[in-house]
Design a protein around this ligand. Structure first.
Ligand code: FBP
Length: 262
């Protein structure tokens, strides 16, 4: 396999990104199910699990905690983000430069693009600067490809999600992070539209072990390259157990039944 820019945050072409930007995006409510996870150190500890290929965090968390973990986990630095207090048309300000991301030790940068928002034009221009800055600093690029806003009637429609992955591909992302489009066929079409850009599934709100693993298994069978997951790991009473199971499904091709039986 040829090396790609996604390699530092992937293993054998597969990724399991532990997303932990929820304190900004959703607020403290996301830590309620497992209050200890309000402490970033707990989640960095989880990210040292063999299954995890990178942790995705905002700049402030990286500054404060990543120096203690840089030998143990790859860093995917999220470059934009909005709080849940914002009530306008979907938008998300850039809060870090690629140069500073590189200085913090980032292996890759992450960027949310809300295709269909009235702010899509500005966001795409911002993405250009982040993308080219990442290339100059040898970092991979992950797009949180989230169609959302006035131009989007149904953000989970299969064609809409396939379109968002295509946008990520055409604008130069190495990995497109998309919501699961509802069926294996729709996921396969999303993967087909994303060309050489890898597609990872977004974890979504917490579900039970079996239903979550089944969705991951079906995404992998449809050609996805892994997942970027937050709440379905850190909101569980035993996050390590679900990472053990995900390792089998994502990297070993195990079925849900096999992963649960382990
Ligand atoms: P989850 O696995 O918890 O869904 O996390 C993925 C993620 O993209 C996070 O990086 C981000 O904070 C959150 O979902 C945003 O979710 P939304 O914009 O849909 O509320």
């Amino acid at each position: 396999m040829l090396p790609t820019a996604a390699d530092p945050i992937s293993r054998d072409g597969k990724s399991l990104i532990l997303a932990y930007d929820h304190g900004l995006e959703h607020g403290p409510v996301d830590f309620d199910p497992n209050p200890a996870t309000a402490d970033p150190e707990r989640v960095f500890e989880l990210a040292t699990h063999d299954a995890v290929t990178a942790i995705a965090v905002q700049k402030g968390i990286a500054e404060a905690y990543y120096p203690d973990y840089e030998d143990a986990v790859s860093l995917l630095l999220k470059m934009n983000g909005t709080s849940n207090l914002w009530m306008g048309e979907p938008d998300t300000p850039v809060n870090c430069s690629p140069e500073y991301a590189a200085e913090l030790g980032a292996d890759a940068v992450g960027f949310t693009l809300y295709g269909g928002s009235n702010n899509e034009i500005e966001m795409a221009e911002e993405f250009r600067e982040i993308h080219e800055g990442a290339r100059e600093n040898d970092m991979g690029v992950v797009m949180w490809a989230y169609p959302r806003g006035q131009g989007v009637r149904n953000d989970t429609a299969d064609r809409t999600i396939a379109y968002s992955a295509r946008i990520a591909h055409e604008l130069g992302a190495d990995i497109a992070k998309v919501k699961y489009p509802g069926s294996p066929d729709a996921m396969a079409e999303t993967v087909r539209m994303s060309g050489r850009t890898d597609v990872v599934m977004s974890g979504g709100s917490k579900t039970n072990d079996e239903s979550f693993l089944r969705t991951v298994e079906s995404a992998m069978n449809a050609g996805a390259s892994g997942l970027a997951v937050g709440r379905n790991v850190f909101q569980r009473d035993n996050p390590t157990a679900i990472l053990d199971a995900l390792e089998l499904v994502v990297f070993e091709g195990a079925s849900t039944e096999e992963a649960i039986a382990e």
